[in-house]
Design a protein around this ligand. Structure first.
Ligand code: SOE
Length: 384
């Protein structure tokens, strides 16, 4: 019989919904030792809080997130808020001895991320764990790619080509926290390059050693303010950051994140080229992994793997029969399962990023911005 495991969530917008769904669904599909109890939801919007709690099954709600730290029954706190409050909220909960699962990026700034990683290291001495919601690692196709690379199916990795292209950031898109540097820290860079840098590090199994050059650009400098006809606000973050990098084992890498690529709605994609083969993944076809293995055989070429067969593909056995595909939400539920497995000392299907891991991604993001602003290469050894 699973043990009740009271949790709290801070944030009731997009990630509040995605995480509430994951916590409320996970034990319907995974057999786990811990049964999440949706104890408390905290958010600023008092008016929307009670309906949100009712809809998702949160037992309590509050507009004062700090109360959660004082609630002894709560064992894990899920931080689903904008980047500028990740540090304050995570540190408060770690100091209260609670496990913390924080949305990506770890923080909006390197200094905040560094403080979070340090607090996590201290809390770990008391058995407190941290996690970061890099949810795309838990697409079955990405998890399979991880296993294939670990098995050596591609051989040494030579090239990584990663992109995260969206097109919702045009001039008609109203101001939001995502366009304010003081809240988000950066624009498409911290929001989207965070995902593909994490994924590249996760799949290659190495750290980025150098940024050879980068470009940071803002095309849309002002945006309408919703509800205030004719008024505009300043967007002071990047709309695109692209950069070239090397991994410690010598692989070359390219990363591009933009919110202005018309026609690409959520095009999170990566391709790895190794000595023995290549693989490629594109989230807009998220159940498929493509593999091309070297060989002289005339019948070679790209193989299209539908990653939905339980037993063959990670996480697939929790869901539906072959080719009854899953979606964006299921990656979060797969991650909730791995968080609960980890907290019950059961190994997750693929590694879970903690604050220390996510801090390495944050260092790469910072190095890329420095390279763009100073117009020269940056060695990661320069970024502490
Ligand atoms: C940006 O629009 C965004 O919501 C990211 O913040 C998420 O991390 C990504 O999964 C979907 O797009």
């Amino acid at each position: 019989m699973p043990r009740p495991f009271p949790i709290a969530l801070i944030g009731q917008r997009f990630m509040g919904r995605a995480h509430s769904n994951a916590w409320s669904q996970v034990t319907k599909f995974f057999d786990l030792e811990l049964q999440p109890v949706l104890h408390t939801i905290a958010a600023r919007d008092a008016e929307g809080l009670a309906p949100f709690a009712r809809r998702w099954g949160w037992l309590n709600s509050t507009t004062d997130w700090k109360r959660i730290a004082r609630e002894d029954a709560i064992e894990l706190v899920d931080v689903g808020t904008p980047n500028d409050v990740h540090r304050e909220q995570a540190l408060a909960m770690l100091e209260a001895g609670k496990h913390v699962a924080c949305e990506k990026p770890l923080a909006g700034t390197l200094s905040d991320a560094r403080a979070m990683a340090a607090a996590a290291k201290k809390a770990a001495k008391k058995g407190v764990r941290t996690f970061v919601w890099f949810n795309y690692r838990r697409c079955p196709a990405v998890a399979l790619a991880y296993k294939l690379v670990r098995e050596g199916r591609l051989g040494r990795i030579r090239h990584v080509r990663a992109r995260y292209l969206q097109d919702w950031g045009g001039p008609k898109t109203p101001m939001s926290w995502r366009f304010q540097r003081k809240v988000a820290g950066s624009g498409a860079h911290g929001d989207l390059n965070a995902h593909i840098v994490d994924m590249a590090r996760f799949l290659v199994g190495e750290e980025v050693s150098e940024i050879h050059g980068a470009i940071e650009r803002t095309f849309v400098h002002e945006r309408p303010i919703a509800g205030h006809k004719g008024k505009k606000g300043q967007s002071d973050v990047d709309d695109v950051v692209a950069f070239l990098a090397s991994f410690s084992g010598g692989a070359t890498a390219s990363f591009e994140a933009t919110r202005l690529a018309i026609g690409h709605q959520n095009d999170n994609g990566i391709e790895l080229n190794g000595e023995q083969g290549s693989l490629r993944f594109g989230f807009e076809d998220m159940n498929v992994l493509e593999l091309c293995e070297a060989g002289d055989d005339r019948t070679g070429g790209w193989k299209r793997i539908m990653c939905t067969s339980g037993g063959n593909h990670p996480y697939a056995s929790a869901w539906w029969p072959d080719a009854h595909v899953i979606g964006y939400e299921h990656g979060f539920t797969n991650m909730a399962a791995d968080v609960l497995r980890t907290l019950a000392n059961v190994a997750p299907e693929v590694p879970l990023p903690d604050f220390a891991d996510a801090y390495q991604t944050q260092r790469v993001l910072e190095a890329a911005l420095l390279s763009a602003r100073e117009r020269h290469a940056i060695a990661l050894s320069q970024i502490k």
